[in-house]
Ligand binder design. Structure first.
Ligand SMILES: *Cc1c(COP(=O)(O)O)cnc(C)c1O
Length: 372
């Protein structure tokens, strides 16, 4: 067994092993009810990083009674599958929602189970994605030439053993119309020991391969994590991050700025900041949409543009991702655009006059006529 497999197999999965919870048997009994509906997993590396009850890492992985407070009602519309992924699966475990790319789920297992997971309905439960299911998914991509981009997700694709991952990546890489492969993972930040020389040697063969790594808080970026990120970057894999905006964990501009700057230092480009989904059992993590816009406004111009992710709402019911921007357009017409800059001052950008653009057009006509 490799080190990462040992860390994973000694995960906390039972209420009695949870760190920093009240001693009361009544409390524990109620948490056991929560865990029956939504399983627990904290691998022993991640457990070591939790410093106290209510710290930002603790909140992401330790269950609370609030998870059973949610129920489906017409107004809130919290559901087990808020993005209606199951509704967009032409074959099992493959979501084809956008014209040219698909999401392929390899497993139901993760290095930790996030209490706010959008796939709370299935992650951590025993069911496995069979080889046959996976074969069908890969076959679907092979038969659909419009698919030029696949995002491997789960669960966490990096919990798949080396030899199997090698085979899956090999099958995908051999599909001529598939231009890029992406891996969506939380492994580098929650079980960095999984990033081994052997794994990197496998990944290196399947360029262009991109990583989108889930990070929510600067405390996740430990020396071990920095080493893992360095190995991946040295392998030549472009690294991006995805962050979920979570009440009480990272709903604060200073925390986000620290996170994104630390990621950049480790050669990870912040890609998406997600508004929390309408997932049954995680309503208590949701913030007002304005909070995300405020964070982007506080970052834009105040730090490297490369460190500012796109703020996205994945629309309930399966409409897909929509990017939101803080208001920067004061006035917009054919003559001018008035723009608010990062420190609140308004600037005027005059549009080209209709005359000028006509002149260019007629010059082009003349050139065309001369060469025809
Ligand atoms: C997020 C997502 C993608 C990828 O979206 P990008 O904006 O290209 O990163 C693809 N399919 C599904 C179903 C998704 O949810």
């Amino acid at each position: 067994m490799q080190e990462w497999q040992k860390l994973l197999s000694s995960s906390v999965v039972k209420v009695e092993d949870l760190p920093f919870i009240p001693d009361s048997e009544e409390y524990r009994e109620r948490l056991r009810k929560v865990a029956e509906v939504f399983p627990i997993r904290i691998n022993s590396y991640f457990l070591d990083q939790i410093k106290s009850a209510d710290d930002p890492l603790w909140k992401q992985v330790v269950p609370t009674m609030q998870e059973l407070d949610d129920f489906f009602d017409e107004e809130e519309q919290l559901t087990a599958d808020p993005l209606n992924e199951e509704g967009d699966m032409p074959v099992p475990e493959l979501v084809h929602r956008y014209p040219d790319r698909v999401l392929l789920m390899l497993n139901n297992q993760c290095p930790i189970i996030c209490r706010f997971c959008t796939r709370k309905r299935k992650i951590g439960f025993p069911g496995i994605v069979t080889r046959e299911t996976l074969r069908q998914g890969i076959e679907y991509i092979r038969n659909h030439p419009e698919v030029r981009d696949v995002i491997m997700s789960g669960g966490d694709p990096l919990l798949v053993p080396d030899n199997e991952l090698d085979r899956i990546l090999g099958d995908l890489h051999a599909i001529p119309h598939l231009e890029i492969i992406r891996i969506g993972t939380r492994v580098p930040g929650t079980l960095p020991q999984r990033i081994t020389e052997e794994l990197c040697a496998i990944l290196k063969k399947y360029s262009p391969l991109f990583f989108n790594i889930h990070f929510n808080h600067p405390a996740e970026i430990t020396p071990e994590v920095e080493k893992a990120l360095g190995m991946l970057a040295d392998t030549g894999i472009p690294l991006g991050s995805q962050t979920v905006l979570l009440k009480g964990v990272n709903d604060d501009s200073a925390i986000m700025k620290e996170l994104f700057q630390k990621l950049l230092k480790n050669r990870v480009k912040p890609y998406y900041l997600f508004q929390a989904d309408m997932t049954l059992g995680s309503n208590h993590f949701r913030t007002m949409v304005q909070k995300g816009l405020d964070i982007i406004r506080d970052l834009q111009g105040h730090t490297s543009g490369m460190g500012v992710p796109a703020f996205v709402v994945d629309t309930p019911g399966g409409g897909g991702k929509v990017r939101l921007l803080p208001d920067s357009v004061v006035e917009f017409n054919d003559k001018e655009v008035l723009l608010r800059n990062y420190d609140g001052k308004v600037y005027r950008y005059p549009q080209p006059t209709t005359d000028a653009s006509d002149k260019i057009a007629s010059n082009e006509d003349n050139i065309c006529r001369m060469t025809a």
